[in-house]
Design a protein around this ligand. Structure first.
Ligand code: GDP
Ligand code: ZN
Length: 425
């Protein structure tokens, strides 16, 4: 947020009744503590097993409060809230599929994936108001929790979308200053890469990582097509990912070859147990094949087939959530399939916010001489020291500096975004 927006929000906060203010602070405290816990868990797996983090570092609660307030105010401006006072009984549930005008919502009673239910839970088709439909790509996404009216007269209608825990979003190609949310409330985002065809380019991973950190989910790297290399070549390629492992990001090596049926997705399945996740990555790396290997019943179209569809009939605008049941003693999870994801960018991230998106830097920030250290030109910088000492891979610091430079030069995000496109386009 810019300084003007910030001042406005601070004023609005001051004008609130005390009870409302307390509620915001409580909620912000909870969100911040969740985020810190996530970072600490990551940090603990980091740096040669050495335990870092756990110390306080500047992450002012007020920032969380203002962000929360901004989000709630944005929602309050949607006319749907006019329904607030209607004496209908409203139902809360989970958005499991979305098209331009409709949301499929699994009512709460049936949304527990592990509840033994004799009849399969049935999602309710709910109309989106014209207003919500117009802003569909930012205000409602698969994974959101939403409230809808009963179908007493006419179709049920979505009246409210509840605040999100996390989001996966990308800039709108036509207006890079607005974000399109492609999935909400995800715990993990799987960045799928392949060892060959297309070859492994770690620099693309960095782009995804920044976008993922921005939305608050935690990243996992899935390296697919392991069957195409000899064990020696595979081991050599995998060293490219050492910096990410060192940063505490889990790496799962997979095979999901739909032709030969050579499949191994056990490591990935273990990492995904009990989460809601989304698979992102270049076209052709095998996201659909992986999803099918995780759960054959999904039957997602792979490769050629799907490409024909995309060119011809535009069948892939809808997003949906799939439940992957427990299997071989491993817990189930949910996958949000987002075929609309073409590329990720830095959205409207400020250079200051970028500092928080490299988790292994964040845990050292409190050791830097300046609390607002950008780990660039400042003296006594703990991050630069860690790079020199080999505890943080130099390549991660270089990526950070490059992104920082791009953000500082103030180019619109659409331009700094390296578009991740199918190789054939
Ligand atoms: P997506 O665009 O990321 O969803 O990729 P697809 O799932 O459509 O797969 C792209 C191509 O890679 C298809 O021709 C698949 O048959 C192939 N493929 C996917 N996974 C594997 C794998 O683990 N090994 C091999 N050899 N080929 C794979
Ligand atoms: Zn520093």
């Amino acid at each position: 947020m810019n300084p003007k927006q910030r001042r406005e929000l601070e004023d609005a906060l001051e004008a609130l009744p005390k009870r409302e203010r307390d509620r915001l602070f409580d909620e912000a405290r909870r969100q911040r503590s969740d985020a810190q816990k996530r970072r600490r868990t990551k940090a603990r797996e980091t740096v040669d097993g050495e335990r870092v983090g756990g110390k306080s570092r500047p992450d002012p609660l007020i920032d969380w409060v203002l962000r929360l307030l901004a989000e709630e105010r944005k929602r309050a401006h949607t006319p749907e809230t006019a329904h607030h006072d209607t004496p209908q009984t409203l139902t809360e549930g989970l958005v499991v599929a979305l098209t331009r005008r409709w949301a499929e919502i699994l009512p709460d009673a049936s949304s527990d994936p592990d509840a033994p239910s004799p009849a399969p839970p049935v999602p309710v088709g709910c109309r989106l108001s014209a207003d919500l439909a117009a802003r569909q790509q930012s205000d409602i996404a698969v994974g959101d929790r939403a409230v809808f009216t009963p179908d007493t007269d006419g179709d049920p209608e979505v009246v409210r979308v509840l605040p999100r825990r996390t989001a996966l979003s990308r800039p709108d190609p036509r207006d890079p200053r607005t974000e399109r949310v492609v999935a909400a409330n995800i715990d993990a985002v799987v960045i799928v890469v392949s060892v060959v065809s297309p070859p492994l380019h770690p620099r693309l991973i960095d782009r995804y990582l920044v976008a993922i950190e921005h939305g608050g989910a935690h990243p996992i790297i899935a390296v697919n097509k392991a069957d195409l290399l000899s064990p020696e070549d595979l081991a050599r390629e995998l060293t490219k990912l050492d910096p990410y492992r060192a940063a505490g990001i889990p790496v799962a090596v997979c095979r999901a070859n739909p032709q030969t049926g050579k499949k191994d997705v056990t490591a990935l399945r273990t990492l995904l147990a009990d989460t809601t996740c989304a698979l992102v990555g270049h076209s052709g790396v095998g996201k659909s094949s992986l999803a099918n290997a995780l759960h054959p019943a999904l039957g997602l179209e792979v490769g050629e087939l799907r490409e024909q569809d995309q060119r011809g009939r535009h069948t892939t605008t809808a997003s949906s959530m799939h439940r992957i049941p427990a299997q071989d003693g491993q817990s189930g999870f949910r996958v949000i399939d987002t075929p609309g994801v073409r590329y990720f960018g830095l959205a409207d991230i400020t250079p200051d916010e970028l500092r928080w998106m490299f988790p292994e830097f964040v845990d050292l920030l409190w050791q830097c001489k300046f609390t607002d250290c950008t780990h660039d030109h400042e003296p006594d910088c703990a991050v630069k020291a860690a790079v020199q000492g080999g505890r943080i891979p130099a390549v991660r610091h270089q990526t950070y500096l490059r992104l920082l430079e791009e953000l500082r030069t103030g180019k619109p995000p659409g331009e700094i975004t390296e578009r991740i496109r199918p190789p054939r386009e």
